[in-house]
Ligand binder design. Structure first.
Ligand code: ARG
Length: 467
């Protein structure tokens, strides 16, 4: 900062006293961040208010200065909220725009606000405040989506569908059980975000430019005023650390990855060859040329936008990887990926909670698909094992029975008892209970299994967890 006050008032840049020529128009545009960091204004003001209060209580500025700063910042806050604030690219970023306006409004007190502070610790504080609020909102949005998942799962505790491995029919599961797998993923996502929040929620202010400040500041007080859990313990790290943003982006990429997997399933299930579900029309569009089409645009876009969020994670990692300590201007590039990650994820979650409410299930198609794929073959093998046949032998016997049924073009349960007995004399009439889809589901009756009572219990536990 320039301390030659007369010169400072006439020059556009607060730091320009040291320079002999102004930056070119292109450089001004290239280096400015105001077009996107004005989004941090509310947090910048919060941070400044807390900093000023501490400065006054430590007698670093006068009580009158504090009152002036508070009055000025309050007015600026109103101006910004009412879109009456004039942002200037010449003033580079949100911090300098606000400070300049403050000085215009309250004079010297405005110029004293920056005592013991640098934009380096200021911007780090702003991003952390922004991200803390964003995490809280995203956790709430994930919970709303989980609620929608639970409501849908509850209706389908008994609805049979084929469970897949390698996208080939494997074993029958309930649609409710399948949906609850996503509840688990989202639960882990919330836990991850909550853990990340602890590291976001540390105060950088006081680190000043990089080495700390010679004023008798009280960082703990500022932390308390801003509801931070603690203060960053090393001034160099405080101004240069963006781990918290990278960590958040990694969490966000995982949430998107989960939503992308579900989207992929919705897309498959909507294909008439599956015909398992229909989405409400408001999430689909038609084709301009093929009148029969109903395209799952929203799930497709979720899948697509996952690429974009993953890209932001890589961008942030790359931004950081070769930076020497401490602050470097590279870090200005952290904001756009971070903001876009928050916005993309929040919108995706909002849309998903709504979309889940409009899922219509075609029970018959799910059932038929499970029937067609010998989904109970494992149950036949397990039946033989329970009669004393070693599992590997049972596996072989069932493989032959499946081949036979395939040649006949029917399901295992459609074979006569006498036909089944040609593969093993151990097979008796009670086999038919085992070969039904419901019998198969029912038998997987342990924590985490697909038996209806287990799925019901999982749903109830999930509701408790959410409450
Ligand atoms: N606009 C800058 C950023 O986003 C603020 C910090 C600038 N600090 C500096 N020493 N130029 O990182």
């Amino acid at each position: 900062m320039n301390d030659s006050t007369s010169k400072q008032d006439n020059t556009p840049q607060t730091w320009s006293g040291r320079f002999n020529e102004p930056v070119s128009a292109l450089v001004e545009r290239y280096t400015a961040s105001i077009s996107f960091d004005q989004r941090l204004a509310e947090y910048d003001i919060q941070g400044s208010l807390a900093h000023a209060q501490m400065l006054a209580e430590q007698n670093i500025i006068s009580h009158q200065d504090l009152l002036d700063i508070q009055r000025g910042l309050q007015q600026i806050r109103e101006e910004i909220r009412n879109h009456r604030f004039t942002w200037s690219q010449q003033l580079e970023d949100v911090h300098l725009n606000i400070e300049k306006r403050l000085t215009a409004l309250v004079g010297d007190a405005g110029k004293r606000l920056h005592t013991g502070r640098s934009r380096n610790d200021q911007v780090a504080t702003d991003i952390r405040l922004f991200l803390r609020a964003a995490i809280d909102e995203i956790i709430n949005l994930i919970k709303a989506m989980q609620q929608a998942l639970l409501n849908l799962a509850e209706q389908h505790v008994h609805t049979v569908m084929p469970g897949f491995t390698h996208l080939q029919v494997a074993q029958p599961v309930s649609f409710g059980h399948h949906l609850m797998a996503y509840f688990e993923m989202l639960k882990r996502d919330i836990e991850r975000l909550a853990d990340c929040r602890k590291r976001v929620n540390q105060l950088p202010l006081g680190a000043a430019a990089l080495a700390g400040t010679s004023y008798p500041i009280k960082r703990e007080q500022v932390a308390q005023l801003l509801n931070f859990e603690g203060v960053c313990q090393n001034s160099l790290d405080a101004v240069s650390d963006r781990d918290f943003a990278i960590e958040f982006s990694a969490c966000a990429a995982l949430v998107m990855t989960h939503l992308s997997r579900l989207s992929e399933e919705f897309i498959l299930w909507m294909n008439p060859s599956f015909g398992f579900i229909q989405l409400a029309d408001r999430f689909c569009t038609g084709s301009s040329i093929m009148p029969q089409k109903k395209n799952p645009d929203v799930p497709e876009l979720v899948r697509g936008k996952t690429g974009r969020v993953n890209g932001h994670l890589v961008a942030l990692l790359t931004l950081m990887k070769a930076q020497p300590l401490a602050y470097n201007k590279d870090n200005q590039e952290d904001k756009e990926p971070l903001f876009d990650t928050v916005d993309t994820l929040a919108d995706t979650l909002r849309i998903y909670a709504d979309m889940l409410g409009g899922v219509r299930v075609n029970h018959d198609r799910m059932r038929q698909a499970a029937m067609r794929g010998y989904a109970t073959a494992t149950d036949l093998a397990d039946y033989l094992v329970k009669k004393g046949i070693p599992f590997r032998d049972a596996h072989e016997i069932v493989a032959q029975a499946v081949q036979y049924a395939e040649r006949k073009g029917c399901d295992l349960s459609a074979l006569e008892l006498s036909e089944l007995q040609t593969f093993s004399t151990q097979i008796e009439a009670d086999i038919f209970a085992v070969l039904t889809l419901e019998g198969s589901m029912q038998s997987r009756n342990h924590t985490g299994g697909t038996a209806p009572e287990q799925v019901q219990a999982a749903i109830e536990q999930a509701r408790k967890w959410l409450a």
